[in-house]
Write a new protein. Structure first.
Length: 117
């Protein structure tokens, strides 16, 4: 992600700090994230929908994101189980998903405050 994404990444951090019982959330993708997606796809998204970010907190301070395209009127204020299912659906086709999550978890544990380096 780019520096332009930092405000939304900070918002994700605050969301999970304020709701420690949550591991997943859905939100509208920021304009900066949409720009990154467009660069990766080589085209702009259709105006008939919107990109959504599915965020999973793997460990406190370590989050993964997946993106999906949906209708303009999806409600992102959803409980944990709905957000978890949406995240799982968004990453379902990624054959590297489990390895990425495992590495993120190991990195978080190795770099946790107070841990020997």
């Amino acid at each position: 992600m780019t520096r332009r994404c930092q405000p939304v990444l900070d918002d994700d951090r605050r969301f999970f700090e304020e709701q420690p019982n949550r591991q997943h959330r859905i939100r509208c993708a920021s304009p900066a994230e949409v720009d990154v997606i467009a660069d990766q796809l080589g085209r702009r998204p259709a105006q008939s929908g919107r990109w959504y970010a599915h965020v999973k907190q793997v460990e406190p301070g370590v989050r993964l994101r997946a993106f999906s395209f949906g209708s303009l009127d999806l409600d992102t204020d959803q409980p944990e189980d709905v957000c978890r299912a949406a995240y799982e659906g968004a990453v379902a086709g990624n054959p590297h998903r489990q390895r990425i999550e495992m590495r993120a978890r190991l990195w978080a544990r190795k770099n946790a405050p107070g841990e020997a380096q």
